[in-house]
Design a binder for this molecule. Structure first.
Ligand code: NDP
Length: 487
């Protein structure tokens, strides 16, 4: 805060307040009077200071910045904000943990949210990703159960490693993400030292209408750096807000963190017989198959002025996609297209998109109207379409082509149609055998063993050992030995 002559206190109606210290009373010893509108306003507003915290990703921090295109990507997308090298788009980015509440520690073992709002000339584009390229489940009907297994139990109100391993070992599709979570990437040193991934497969469409499947990778220019388990635990005690502080201080001192956006791009037709399902959120596309293409640079250079207004009320939604970008048949993505705006309507209110942090910089000409707290409106614009009175008109020629794919089939509940290599354990096995260093592996084993030794019952422990054997027999043996059940 800067040094300045203070303004006169007012009520929220702008009326000069009578006192910062004393309520209105009958004589010095009271009683207090209902006509002390200022006191009553203060008490009532105070009682309403919180909005419901996010059910997931409650604790976080964020910053403003920009995205700059560095390469020509018009062969793959017509998105206006990606149309020209050098073009800059303002962004707001929010980082978060997943399971903890609003006041919880930043440095606990957890995936980290990495959500980006691009304020483009064609409306807001939200990429709501994580610091991991994959996820625990691949069907949105399992998401709520997964989160319940990670959060507080109904009886003890404490988190339960037993519940976590119970869910994971009964959900083998979780193995890839759990391997990453239990590696030191589960405890990033700072938000600046981690990558961000769009995680899902998305569609890009170019000006000629050609379609591509794509994956987003934001690679940290600060370098990957993680805490060990012990360091993360120590920091949890020393400074629960360490990641918030680190990002804030880095930006304050002009050390602006940056990420290089690299895309993997798959021809539309290649998806059908790719060796595994390219829309399965528990899998990555090996770089060898689809080498990353550099697209641009994300830079964070401005701290929020007000945490509540800009971070707590920030509302990201994967359904915000601009022309040239579309969804894919990833079932998790399709579920999220509904669930994010739904939670914002509940948590913040139906007109959450009018708050400055969420409002697009592009003009809004919709036929939606009214609702609690709406203050931007279209005056006397007609409230229905079609109309004869000059109301907005969609341009299907320009924006109407579907960013879609063909479907046919019976309406059923089912796993994805299998591809040749859909196995849940191949990719975590590759990570263990081909990517992790000796040190990474030692830490992964120690982190798994430490977690399993903390309240996991024997039957679930046996399943967990089997789960790790399926990732890699050697890893399974090391875990078994670590929990005292070795051969
Ligand atoms: P590559 O050797 O081309 O890439 C390996 C990737 O693994 C790099 O992107 C690297 O990220 C990342 N990585 C390194 N250490 C870890 C860790 N502890 N946890 C998670 N990721 C890590 O291999 P492939 O593309 O053939 O993939 C092999 C395995 O690598 C996959 O099964 C997957 O587990 C993992 N991986 C693959 C990614 C992909 O998109 N292909 C992305 C991330 C992980 P960095 O460059 O930042 O160090």
């Amino acid at each position: 805060m800067t040094d300045r002559r203070p303004p006169i206190t007012t009520t929220d109606a702008g009326i000069p307040a009578p006192s910062d210290e004393f309520s209105l009373s009958v004589g010095p010893n009271g009683p207090l009077l209902l006509q002390d509108h200022y006191l009553i306003q203060k008490m009532a507003q105070f009682n309403r200071e919180r909005v419901p915290e996010r059910v997931v990703h409650a604790k976080g921090g964020g910053a403003h910045g920009f995205f700059e295109v560095t390469e020509d990507v018009t062969p793959w997308t017509k998105a206006a904000f990606l149309g020209q090298p050098g073009h800059r788009t303002p962004v707001f980015v929010r980082f978060s943990t997943v399971a903890g509440e609003l006041g919880s520690a930043d440095t606990v073992r957890d995936p980290r949210g990495f959500a980006i709002k691009f304020y483009t000339e064609e409306g807001n584009y939200d990429l709501v990703g994580n610091n991991t390229p994959v996820f625990f489940v691949r069907d949105p009907s399992k998401f709520q159960d997964f989160i319940h297994s990670q959060k507080r139990m109904p009886d003890t109100n404490r988190r339960s490693n037993n519940a976590q391993w119970d869910f994971w070992t009964l959900s083998p599709e979780s193995a890839h993400q759990v391997t990453i979570l239990m590696s030191d990437r589960g405890t990033p040193r700072t938000w600046r030292n981690m990558n961000g991934y769009g995680s899902h497969t998305f569609m890009w469409v170019n000006a000629a209408g050609e379609k591509f499947w794509v994956k987003y990778h934001f690679k940290t220019e600060q370098g990957i750096d993680n805490f060990t388990d012990a360091e993360a635990r120590a920091m949890t005690a020393e400074d629960p807000d360490f990641h918030l502080r680190d990002l804030w201080q880095a930006i304050e001192r002009g050390d602006h963190p940056a990420w290089r956006l690299e895309m993997q791009i798959m021809p539309f037709e290649a998806a059908a017989d790719y060796r595994f399902n390219p829309f399965d959120l528990t899998k990555v596309w090996p770089h060898e198959d689809y080498p990353p293409v550099t697209v641009g640079r994300l830079v964070l250079d401005r701290n929020p002025e007000n945490y509540f207004a800009e971070v707590e009320q920030a509302a990201f939604e994967p359904a915000n996609m601009v022309p040239g970008i579309g969804p894919s048949p990833d079932k998790m993505l399709l579920g999220r297209l509904f669930s994010y705006p739904d939670t914002h309507r509940y948590r913040i209110g139906t007109n959450y998109q009018q708050l400055p942090i969420n409002a697009p910089q592009a003009a809004v000409h919709s036929y939606n109207k009214d609702g609690a707290m709406r203050y931007r409106h279209n005056g006397d614009q007609p409230v229905y379409a079609p109309n004869s009175f000059g109301g907005p008109q969609a341009d299907p020629e320009r924006y109407g082509e579907p960013a879609g794919w063909e479907v046919a089939g019976e309406i059923i509940r089912s796993a994805y149609q299998p591809h040749r290599e859909d196995d849940d354990f191949i990719q975590p096995g590759m990570l263990w055998r081909e990517v992790l260093s000796e040190r990474d592996r030692d830490h992964l084993v120690a982190n798994i063993v430490g977690h399993l030794r903390d309240g996991v019952e024997p039957a679930i422990l046996e399943r967990a050992i089997e789960y790790w054997r399926r990732v890699d027999p050697g890893l399974g043996e090391r875990v078994a030995a670590g929990v005292g059940r070795g051969a």
